[in-house]
Design a protein around this ligand. Structure first.
Ligand SMILES: NC(=O)c1ccc[n+]([C@@H]2O[C@H](COP(=O)([O-])OP(=O)(O)OC[C@H]3O[C@@H](n4cnc5c(N)ncnc54)[C@H](OP(=O)(O)O)[C@@H]3O)[C@@H](O)[C@H]2O)c1
Length: 251
């Protein structure tokens, strides 16, 4: 199946590693070009090289918590590649801990990057899209069901999911789509860090709650995200799509 991605241009935030990078790689594999961003210049430069260099990818060093990041990303896509067709919005996950144990400062910092940073990129990109454009937000299964020990994620993701739904209503009449993705346990640096905080027994119990009995590969996430961003998924909007090996207890 041809996804119709050739020569299209997408912004991928949190695109130097993990789920963002895997999505950028899947998009490039299908002939698209990408603007990838993250906070660390070295990470961004390495990602651009792995994606095939400047003809395929442009790197931008930007923290999503910075109010100027969204505008910079859109300008870079338009000046560097001459068009913009959408975005995949990913960002580093919030810290581990319960809702009650997280400090005000942790809540504020997570809100600035995970919530407001994502909303800012989404609305700025949406303002530049024409019919056929699409924006995907990387959320978590915590948008639907709380994950023990990830209180801030449990607090913020459901709101982001509803913000995505609201945005989908707003831009749908212009032929533009918005959707959310709910990764379960995909083997990225973030997952390795979370695993390191659990003992062997806890990890085994966690694995037993995944019907496929394994973690996902980043490529398995990236290919779903690239499909959903593509015009092939032209009638999918306002939806939350799990990529979780069947772990979510809701259909
Ligand atoms: N992996 C999973 O199974 C899973 C499951 C549920 C939810 N999620 C969520 O999905 C998102 C991505 O997870 P991941 O596993 O891909 O994480 P990851 O492997 O740690 O990658 C995170 C990426 O985001 C960048 N980043 C971090 N903070 C940023 C910021 N403030 N502004 C811009 N870029 C930033 C990082 O690069 P720099 O360090 O250079 O900034 C990196 O490129 C997270 O929000 C995570 O909570 C992941």
């Amino acid at each position: 199946m041809d996804l119709g991605l050739a020569d299209r241009v997408y912004v991928v935030t949190g695109g130097s590693k993990g789920l963002g990078y895997a999505t950028a790689a899947a998009l490039v594999e299908e002939g698209a070009r990408v603007v990838v961003s993250s906070r660390d210049e070295g990470h961004v430069t390495a990602a651009v090289a792995r994606l095939g260099g400047s003809g395929r990818a442009i790197g931008v060093e930007a923290d999503l918590a910075d109010p100027g990041a969204a505008g910079l990303l859109v300008e870079t896509a338009l000046s560097g590649f001459g068009r913009l067709d959408g975005a995949l919005v990913s960002v580093g996950g919030p810290p581990v801990g319960s809702v009650a144990s997280a400090s005000d400062e942790q809540w504020r910092a997570a809100f600035e990057s995970v919530f407001l940073g994502a909303v800012r990129v989404a609305r700025t990109v949406l303002g530049s899209l024409d019919e056929g454009g699409a924006v995907g937000l990387v959320l978590s299964t915590s948008a639907r069901s709380p994950i023990p020990g990830l209180g801030i994620s449990n607090g913020l993701r459901p709101g982001l999911a509803m913000a995505a739904k609201d945005l989908a209503d707003e831009v749908g009449p212009r032929g533009i789509r918005v959707f959310g993705l709910m990764p379960g346990r995909v083997m990225t640096d973030r997952t390795k860090e979370l695993d390191a905080t659990a003992d062997e027994g806890t990890r085994a119990r966690l694995l037993s709650t995944i019907p496929l009995r394994r973690y996902g590969a980043p490529e398995e996430f990236g290919r779903v995200a690239a499909f959903l961003l593509s015009p092939t998924a032209g009638y999918v909007t306002g939806s939350l799509i799990p990529v979780d090996g069947g772990a979510l207890r809701t259909p």
